[in-house]
Design a protein around this ligand. Structure first.
Ligand code: SF4
Length: 332
């Protein structure tokens, strides 16, 4: 299937203005189109806008330098004990702030076959120091058969102890999750823990369809985590995030990470000031239960890892930080 242009893919979206040319196609599920009618926060995340054209010289195409660490098709080995596996570049809907917008939605660029999975297994066998596999993409839940195959094969490796799946499907198109996949997760989870990291940005995303699916996923026994990105004009307020994290904890989803938005070309307009983020997270830490509080991190633009950001309980330099290798980085 070739990469669809924004116009081809959006023919059925009635209230969409002409999107700016972009690597990232426009795909908005009927579930989100309906939600966007009443939620500006959802609309801003998925409907393209003219600001995508504005790129400063400080923005990156691949801010995390992932492409340099591809070891075999679909497998990125950047940190010693874990690998990221990209099973697809498709998602149930495309978020305009996506860090991987350089390639996400380019369906020709990555199609994973059984042979590719076997090559990944060969690599994992050669590297017994790797004990965790993170399935990502794109959204791995949009290719359930490939995900099931990869889970079944990779979970058999004795060196792999932790399996993690990153997905936004329960938010972006909850009707796509099929019982087959949930049964596989439940079965494998009995042998090895599966962590499902769900990507939430705003309380409006907790629709009755999403909550229903979250409850079904909980029945698989998988451990549910969340990740969130700070997004200007969408969730950069104490009230919004406090409501989101509290609701997630009440649903049995442990808020895990909140990120400073990466300086990605075409998505810089989503970036929130670092000082504002610290203020919000300090208030959240002071007021919410510890189990509703995610770690606030900045992903280093040179691909050296996620650095936790100290809060205003401490006095610290807010203009630069050092990465895990001691390299000084100026905050944007
Ligand atoms: S679901 Fe994830 S990979 Fe897909 S567009 Fe959104 S942020 Fe990017």
């Amino acid at each position: 299937m070739s990469k669809k242009t924004a116009t081809e893919i959006t023919n059925n979206i009635q209230d969409l203005e002409e999107p700016p040319p972009s690597n990232l196609a426009v795909l908005i599920s009927p579930h989100l189109q309906k939600l966007a009618k009443t939620s500006p926060a959802v609309r801003k995340q998925f409907y393209p806008c003219d600001k995508e054209r504005n790129c400063s010289s400080k923005a990156f195409i691949d801010p995390l330098l992932e492409d340099q660490f591809i070891k075999t098709k679909g497998l990125i080995h950047k940190y010693p004990s874990r690998v990221l596996i990209e099973l697809t570049l498709t998602c149930a809907s495309y978020c305009r702030f996506c860090t991987r917008r350089r390639m996400v939605s380019d369906l020709q660029k990555l199609q994973i076959t059984e042979k590719d999975i076997d090559n990944m297994i060969k690599y994992l066998k050669k590297h017994p120091e790797i004990n965790e596999v993170i399935f990502s993409g794109g959204d791995p839940l949009t290719v359930p058969q490939t995900l099931q195959l990869a889970l079944q094969k990779i979970s058999k490796l004795p060196s792999i102890r932790i399996l993690r799946i990153h997905t936004r499907m329960p938010i972006s198109n909850p009707i796509l999750a099929k019982p087959d996949l949930l049964n596989t997760i439940a079965k494998i989870n009995k042998e090895k823990p599966i962590y499902l990291s769900l990507h939430f940005e705003h309380p409006d995303e907790l629709t009755k369809e999403t909550i229903k699916l979250v409850k079904k996923i909980r029945q698989t026994g998988a451990i549910l985590l969340s990740q969130t990105v700070f997004l200007k004009g969408i969730n950069d307020s104490y009230e919004v995030l406090a409501k989101l994290f509290t609701s997630l904890a009440q649903l049995g989803i442990r808020p895990y990470y909140i990120y400073h938005c990466d300086p990605v070309k075409g998505a810089e307009h989503f970036m929130v000031s670092f000082i504002k983020e610290i203020k919000i997270m300090t208030k959240i830490r002071a007021n919410l239960s510890g189990i509703a509080y995610p770690t606030y991190v900045i992903d280093t633009p040179n691909g050296a890892g996620k650095i936790p950001v100290p809060l205003d309980f401490w006095k610290f330099e807010k203009k630069q930080f050092a990465d895990f290798n001691g390299k000084k980085i100026v905050v944007r």
